[in-house]
Design a protein around this ligand. Structure first.
Ligand code: NAD
Length: 246
């Protein structure tokens, strides 16, 4: 991708950034791109692993048919992620949580990099690759970089599955509702590094806008949400986000 000159942050956005008390941020795969995590659509939408497209490997049908194969795919992805670090965008958002009385960070990412950069109470719409969940009792187990993933549920002994939302599954109960409530109460909303093609997540900035929030997009490319935004900052999240609060 060609390098883009740093965008100019408007005086209006700076004023709102200083005066807002309720701030809402939605992030997508683009926020982790500078950490080396490939986006879905950035590399073409036909990623294939061992002959199977990711939509098949990451689907509920595959889980029902071949749980070990799903684990093999997610173990592979987790191993790749294990060596990656948060980038300046993750750290900047980690600082924003201390800056505003009410700050909500909602992510579609499953990589855990926001938390690694210090963000707390992140609303994860699509789960987290660093957790396994029991298929019977739904108990969640953390998976660490250093130890082997648990083979069976420590509570009931049944099989575990990745605690991520697969194609064909609903979002985790309550996550979208909490996110929508926070979006509807926000004064300032940022949409960072998402192609805004995956609903219902892409509907959250629309909720914020309808409720009167100032909406700002940070992305090197335009998205279907760009026209709705009050401000579009064209550039990489790790370069643009730190400029906003300066
Ligand atoms: P997407 O791949 O559809 O879109 C990525 C967006 O990020 C694009 O609009 C692209 O222009 C933008 N982008 C690329 N580099 C950027 C940068 N440096 N800074 C800011 N923006 C940048 O991703 P999506 O909208 O999140 O939706 C895809 C789905 O894939 C999500 O549901 C997500 O769960 C999943 N996913 C997650 C990860 C992850 O956990 N890191 C990675 C890939 C896909």
């Amino acid at each position: 991708m060609q390098s883009i000159a740093a965008p100019i942050v408007s005086a209006e956005l700076r004023r709102r950034f200083v005066s807002s008390t309720r701030v809402f941020v939605l992030t997508g795969a683009g926020v982790s791109a500078e950490s080396g995590v490939p986006t879905f659509r950035g590399g073409g939408d036909s990623a294939v692993w061992k002959g199977l497209p990711f939509e098949v490997l990451s689907s509920i049908e595959m889980l029902q048919r071949d749980l070990p194969a799903v684990w093999e795919w997610f173990d592979y992805r987790r191993n790749l992620l294990g060596i990656l670090e948060p980038n300046p965008a993750h750290y900047e958002l980690g600082r924003w949580q201390h800056r505003f009385p009410e700050f909500t960070l909602v992510t579609q990412n499953i990589d855990g990099l926001h938390q690694q950069a210090g963000s707390q109470r992140v609303i994860e719409l699509h789960g987290n690759i660093w957790r396994a969940r029991c298929i019977s009792c739904h108990w969640c187990h953390e998976i660490s970089v250093d130890t082997d993933r648990p083979e069976a549920c420590l509570q009931c002994g049944d099989r575990l599955r990745p605690d991520v939302v697969l194609f064909g599954e609903l979002l985790p109960q309550g996550a979208l509702e909490r996110a929508a409530e926070k979006a509807s109460q926000s004064q300032l909303c940022f949409v960072v590094g998402t192609s805004a093609l995956v609903y219902p997540a892409a509907g959250l900035p629309e909720i914020a806008k309808a409720a009167g929030a100032f909406v700002c997009e940070v992305n090197p490319e335009r998205t279907p949400l760009s026209d709705l935004c009050d401000e579009v900052l064209t550039g990489k999240a790790g370069e643009v986000l730190p400029l906003i609060g300066m």
